[in-house]
Structure formats: structure tokens, C-alpha cells
Write a protein that binds this ligand. Structure first.
Ligand code: ADP
Ligand code: MG
Length: 277
């Protein structure tokens, strides 16, 4: 494929199939496959803020896990800042930040300041540069009074602010966020969106954000990709989407788009599935 150096992310025919073992009675097991990401193609130019949207189980987390190199795809290709994520994960880590709503990179029993110091060592940051950066983030993310409190004592909103700040310490060019606003109250959501958006504008940070919250799209993203049943069903600017569904809220537009998709032959519902890889 042609590598466009101005793209932060390039994805071609990316696919992930989970193999499951289905239990049939006591001894018999048969294999079942779950196509989680189904031949997906897109690219994200540097500096863009993209919302990767879809209902539960659409394939958002699986996609973002392949882009961060945690998961290896079953087929297809991806380049993130020129790196093949699942092959060059440690090199890539110097240039990307990642925030997973469910899983913390902050040490639970330690204050965030300790994790920040640790990350500075991991990323080999120059001491003076690091302090400057940390102070800027602490100030803008309003973490001052929270910095020395064990993370377990923070509210979810406070913790997520600290998470995003931590992910920006090493000045990444790309920030990947998996449902960062999930479970937050409206105020905390809004704060987080504004901060991500600010860094996108201020530093040209490329933002790849998964969500099923239309508020995230409206407040952060200039472009939206919709995934459903592992397949891309829409890729357009937020502006065009609005124009096309004028009179509807974004929420209503999305429901409409999800509904449009022809029902794919889904794997039958089997209660006892065990992941094997
Ligand atoms: N580890 C796994 N083993 C088996 N199936 C999985 C695993 N992770 C996700 N899936 C399945 O893949 C599909 C996509 O999941 P996911 O990427 O988590 O969607 P989303 O993040 O959009 O909610 C779902 O059908 C889900 O059940
Ligand atoms: Mg998910």
C-alpha cells in the first residue's frame, strides 16, 4: 500500500476473529468464531480529532486494542505513526498516549504524582522538561489538590482527568481513548471533552476516541466513523452528518444509521462461550 506520511493512522482490511469454544453438554466442545472487526479500512490524518462510534459490541475496543498493539489482528494491516503496532509496540509507545476507561495506568494505591514520576523515568524525559510539562498539565487539568491523594480515593471524574494528563506527559502525537467518558457525570464528561479538544487544537494532537456517547462526538470530533457488527457503516465529517440529518439530534441520527444496516447473520446466542485467544 502507499504510505502517506501525513496520516497518523492507516488501516487496511483489518480483521479480528475470536475463536471460541462452545460447550455442548459435558464433554463435547465445538468451535465457534466471532468476527469482531470485519475488514475495516480508514486513515486518520495527523492533527484530526476522530470519534469512532458504535453500539455495544460493535468492535470499537477490539479496533483500538489492535491500534495500540495489545492485540494482533487475524488479517490486515495497520500503521500508527509509521509503526506496525503489534510488532513495534515499545517504540510506538514513545509517541502515543492511550487511555482506557476501564483500565487504569495510574497506580491505585499511590498518588498520581508518583505515577507521573514513574512515567517520566519510563519515557526517559529530561528532568526540567518533565517538570515544566507536568506543571502545565496539573494546572490545566486542575489536579493540584489531587496530586498527592492516593488514586483509589479520587472520584471517577478526577481519576480520568489524571489518566488523560498522565497519557500526555511525554507529548505524544496521537492520543487513543477508549470510552473515556463512560460512567462520568455530565460535568466531568464536559471537562474531559474540553481538555482533549484543547490539546487537539493547541498541540495538533491527533485524537482517536471511541464512544457511544453523542456528546463526545459533538464536543471533540470533527469527523465520525461509525462501526456496527464489526463493519464501517459511515465515515464523514460531523458537519456533513449534521447537515444530512438536519432536524434530528445526533442521537436520533445515529439510531437511524444503526437501524439502516441490514441485519447480518449473527452467531447464535450461546450462553457458555469461553475465549481461547
Ligand atoms: N476476548 C474476546 N473473546 C471473544 N469475543 C470477544 C472478545 N472481546 C470482544 N469480543 C466480541 O467481539 C465483539 C466486539 O467487541 P468489542 O470490540 O469489545 O466492542 P465494543 O468495544 O464496540 O463494545 C463483541 O461481539 C464481543 O463480544
Ligand atoms: Mg468497548
Amino acid at each position: 500500500m502507499v504510505i502517506n506520511m501525513n496520516n497518523a493512522v492507516e488501516v487496511e482490511n483489518l480483521r479480528k476473529v475470536y475463536e471460541m469454544h462452545k460447550r455442548n453438554g459435558f464433554f463435547r466442545r465445538t468451535k465457534a468464531e466471532v468476527v469482531s472487526v470485519d475488514n475495516v479500512n480508514f486513515s486518520v490524518p495527523e492533527g484530526q480529532a476522530l470519534a469512532f462510534v458504535g453500539p455495544n459490541g460493535a468492535g470499537k475496543s477490539t479496533t483500538i486494542r489492535m491500534l495500540t498493539g495489545i492485540l494482533t489482528p487475524s488479517a490486515g494491516y495497520a500503521r500508527v505513526l509509521g509503526y506496525v503496532p503489534w510488532k513495534e509496540r515499545s517504540h510506538m509507545a514513545y509517541h502515543i498516549g492511550a487511555v482506557f476507561g476501564q483500565r487504569s495506568q495510574l497506580w491505585y494505591h499511590l498518588p498520581a504524582s508518583d505515577t507521573f514520576d514513574l512515567l517520566a523515568k519510563i519515557y526517559n524525559l529530561d528532568k526540567v522538561e518533565y517538570r515544566k510539562r507536568r506543571d502545565e498539565l496539573v494546572d490545566r487539568f486542575r489536579l493540584g489538590p489531587l496530586l498527592d491523594v492516593p488514586v483509589r480515593k479520587l472520584s471517577l471524574g478526577q481519576r480520568m482527568r489524571a489518566e488523560v494528563a498522565a497519557s500526555l506527559l511525554h507529548k505524544p502525537r496521537l492520543l487513543l481513548l477508549d470510552e473515556p467518558t463512560i460512567g462520568l457525570d455530565i460535568h466531568a464528561k464536559q471537562q474531559l471533552r474540553e481538555l482533549v479538544s484543547e490539546w487537539n487544537r493547541k498541540e495538533g494532537l491527533t485524537v482517536f476516541l471511541t464512544s457511544h456517547d453523542t456528546g463526545d462526538i459533538e464536543n471533540v470530533a470533527e469527523r465520525v466513523i461509525i462501526i456496527n457488527h464489526g463493519r464501517l457503516v459511515l465515515d464523514d465529517s460531523v458537519e456533513n452528518l449534521r447537515r444530512q440529518y438536519e432536524g434530528l439530534s445526533l442521537e436520533e441520527a445515529l439510531s437511524h444509521i444503526y437501524g439502516l444496516e441490514v441485519e447480518s447473520e449473527e452467531t447464535e446466542d450461546v450462553p457458555e462461550l469461553q475465549a481461547v485467544g
